[in-house]
Design a protein around this ligand. Sequence first.
Ligand code: FES
Length: 354
Amino acid sequence: MAKFHSLKIADVSKETADCVSVAFDVPSLLKEEYKFIQGQYLTLKLFVKGEELRRSYSVCSGVNEGELRVAIKRVKDGKGSNFVYDNFKAGQEVEVMTPMGSFHSQMDPSHKKNYVLFAGGSGITPMLSIVKTVLQSEQNSSLILFYGNLNEESTIFKKQLDELAEKNSSRFKLHYIFEKPTSQIEELYKGMLVKEKVKTHIDKHIVLSSDNEFFICGPKPMMDNVRETLEENKIDKSRIHVEYFTSSSIDKEEKKSSIEKIISKVTVVQYGMETTFDLASDKKAILDAAIEHGVDAPFACKGAVCATCRGKVIEGKVHMDKNFALTDAEVAEGFILTCQSHPITPVVKVDYDV
Ligand code: FES
């Protein structure tokens, strides 16, 4: 169950001109709760000019590194990111939620996989965690990373990645793609990762087989180009993992389906306790209604991206407006994003504890 604790900032390091990484001290009593899986994220509770904000940032540490570190990039009009960049200092206390997220596949020392990673900009953060973890945990697996940026200088973690690639040259191949490179490079590695370019990279560098596991994280156009190209190459969807940053980068014109207007009796279960309230199918989402009724329900983005608000429907049915975070398998099992869900049967019961 996701929970906030106050953690002390152990270190703030500048990674590029507009990106910092922030490491947290985890007291021994909380070590177990902050154990993370490669590719997961932390949600921070920030207080900016009297307003409470929640922002999620991917962990960039490897699971066995003994460190809990996230990276944060300044973005235009980014209230949370800019606040962190400008204000965070070692020694300060921050409210940090325990790790969440499903941007990963199962690690197993006996695996002999080929991990194919496509990252753009700060989408490298969960990828760095994946690279370090695979290199350490699966000695027979290999990785190939395609990493798009404006130029060499704006490339987050470049030094670390170069060192990892050099040290593990037989298992980790690294390909930078620069929109505006500052030095002469081959045409294929210049410009945006458009579909033709993605296809050429796949044909040139990847032997398509069932050993491949694909991960995509970065700006939405890049992610769409990569995902669509992989799907056109008949890659099984279950082997394509995607991680969106924010709902603002996702199409907003979602169709509201015509759901019948009813008033439901909704019960939410959290920490084993039940809270019941009436909720109209065309009004608030279950998450907002639960919070209004005193439930300490977990959330971060409220935009269908992070899955922090995940719950399981154990009775009745709901309608989800949007979902960019749960897999088809999770939805089939009954999991929902409560920030996007509305009751559509007279009785609905949602469990946050599962
Ligand atoms: S709070 Fe992020 S998906 Fe619901």
